[in-house]
Design a protein around this ligand. Structure first.
Ligand code: SDX
Length: 429
């Protein structure tokens, strides 16, 4: 295979270097194109455009492959835990026992939120969407940790901000939840591991200890691992773009939380469960709703279906679907939403509209059924996605900054009015 591609424009040849990744992905490097030819490329939604080279996560959309730092997601979901996967994504290797203990201990030490943050939280109406509060509180960490705003921080300062974020996103998520319910805020407890502490802060009544169900901890672990990173998706690209201006880690992550909130992205997990509830309330006629999803005149889409990259199946959806039955049976939960979800998937897989467009369940299609069984309201589902994605966002932000990547600034093709002169308002029709 040639290491050069040739572009011919107006009869002139422009040789462009070809880049090949370690998993044989190929790209044409167009970084010199505009200087040489005056042309830019156009690719709305960046469907064919690579923004960077990265060593963190590999996806193969045709074969439904997802690797974190080379490790298959199936193995990590089965055998690892979220803190270990967080370490892997951020530092590049699975930790030794000593490294993992030190990482976990540091996270425990920093899980308390800064004094005064509860006053900012108290200012939000209890009806506010948790994602809006979460992004605001993460951004407010720049006020409590002002050194995090320095563009030229030392490695140690960057590491401290990373530890704080992994630790405090769990506490923040539970505070956002309890604020919405008008319930007291729980503090992290010494001696509890990350998952138990999260569940304690989320669900403990004042003064009572939360009785941990290992099935819930296992489900939480699996879901957080499966959401931990996904290469250059919308919210991660947002974190990288904001980080490329040398904005702080907290500001970059806050922007990523807002991008994730969108119903076409992470917000879909809330939309899916609300869609399944609507179908249940409407009598459970899956075929009727599939027809609606296919109708171009109907704005309804089958939420949790389709993916920009996966054109076969989303390996995460397969794992979550398999976990659904196990977790609901263990928790003794019967949920018609799961039955409806399976019927929709079965019908869609035989329907030419979905097959031709390669639309399959994505990570959001079944995840909400588990979050609901754990006891979370649908507005908290995307907060759980953000908590899971935190190590991935951090790893991608850190990679961009350590690689000293340039500030992101895409070009455009202008299609507006050409030059014209100003006219005084009295002369305008
Ligand atoms: C996530 O990028 C990532 O990695 C994201 C993510 C991660 O981990 O970060 O995986 C997480 O965001 C998963 C996606 C969650 N979103 C949803 O479930 C929302 C429903 N899905 C879609 O809106 C859509 O499928 C997207 C947004 C996921 C992908 O959109 P694309 O790639 O821009 O595809 P498209 O909108 O151009 O659709 C292609 C065709 C269109 O039909 P035609 O115009 O060709 O006739 O497929 C149709 C679309 O109308 N289509 C759907 C559909 N999704 C696409 N039709 C009905 N229902 C759907 N869900």
């Amino acid at each position: 295979m040639s290491d050069t591609a040739e572009l011919i424009i107006e009869g002139k040849s422009y040789p462009l270097p070809v880049k090949v990744g370690t998993e044989n992905e190929k790209a044409i490097d167009i970084s010199s194109l505009r200087a040489k030819s005056g042309y830019v490329t156009l690719d709305s939604g960046y469907k064919n455009t690579g923004a960077t080279t990265s060593a963190i996560t590999f996806l193969d959309g045709e074969d439904g492959i997802l690797h974190y730092r080379g490790y298959p997601i199936e193995q990590l979901a089965e055998k690892s835990n979220f803190l270990e996967v967080s370490y892997l994504l951020i530092y590049g290797e699975l930790p030794t026992e000593t490294q993992l203990k030190s990482f976990s201990d540091q996270i425990s030490q920093h899980s308390q939120l800064p004094a005064g943050l509860e006053k900012i939280l108290a200012g939000f109406p209890t009806t506010a969407h948790p994602m809006g509060i979460l992004s605001a509180l993460v951004s407010s960490l720049t006020a409590f940790y002002p050194e995090s705003v320095e563009p030229n921080q030392t490695e140690e300062q960057i590491e401290l901000n990373i530890i704080r974020l992994i630790a405090q996103i769990a506490t923040l998520s539970t505070w956002v939840y309890n604020h919405g319910k008008g319930q007291p805020l729980n503090q992290p407890q010494e001696g509890l591991d990350y998952y138990t502490n999260f569940l304690h802060m989320m669900f403990s009544a004042p003064g009572q200890a939360y009785e941990v169900n290992p099935v819930v901890v296992d489900a939480l672990n699996k879901l957080l691992i499966l959401h931990a990173d996904h290469e250059q998706n919308c919210s991660t690209s947002t974190v990288r773009l904001v980080g490329s201006s040398h904005a702080s880690l907290y500001s970059s992550i806050s922007a990523g939380i807002n991008a994730l909130w969108g119903p076409l992205h992470g917000g879909a997990n809330q939309e899916v469960i609300e869609m399944l509830e609507a179908i249940k309330a409407d009598g459970g006629n899956s075929q009727k709703w599939l027809e609606k999803a296919k109708d171009k005149n109907d704005p309804f889409r089958l939420m949790g279906f389709g993916h920009r990259v996966y054109k076969n199946f989303d390996p995460r959806a397969k794992i979550i679907k398999a976990a659904c039955d196990n977790i609901l049976n263990n928790l003794g939960v019967k949920d018609q939403a799961l039955t409806i979800a399976k019927e929709l998937e079965q019908a869609a897989l035989q329907d030419p509209y979905f097959v031709e467009r390669k639309l399959y369940p994505n990570v959001d299609f079944y995840s909400g059924i588990i979050y609901k069984a754990i006891g979370l309201p649908s507005q908290m589902f995307t907060v759980m996605f953000a908590m899971g994605r935190m190590p991935g966002w951090i790893a991608q932000w850190k990679e961009l900054r350590l690689n000293k990547e340039p500030i992101g600034r895409p070009r455009q093709i202008y299609i507006g009015k050409t030059k014209r002169d100003y006219s005084p308002v009295a002369d305008r029709a």
